[in-house]
Design a protein around this ligand. Sequence first.
Ligand SMILES: [Zn+2]
Length: 118
Amino acid sequence: MDKVGDVVIGVMQDLSRISTNGSARVRINQNLCDPDTFESLFNHFARGTILERIDLDVEHLKTLMSCGSCGHQQTVGGDHSGYQRCPQCGKFAEIQDHAYQLVEPDPAKAGLRKSIRF
Ligand SMILES: [Zn+2]
């Protein structure tokens, strides 16, 4: 699991690369920290940078087990080893445990930042 500080920096790097409209929404892993803590950390680190005025919304990102055999998906709580038996078909299924996910702007759709204005 990544450290909270590394994730804050990752989010900041993502947000400085792409165009935002003054706000952004991010999901952070529920095992990392609570959204309020993350938001105040972000605001702390963003002070004095081009991201200072971004209104950041933070939600929890659920850890998801996704079975490659039958397609079954379910959320996973707490610690895990990266794989878990699928309750549907009994095969080993991969657990997708991302540290964070940028929801808005969608990095796949947003253009690259062209100016430092928001
Ligand atoms: Zn399955």
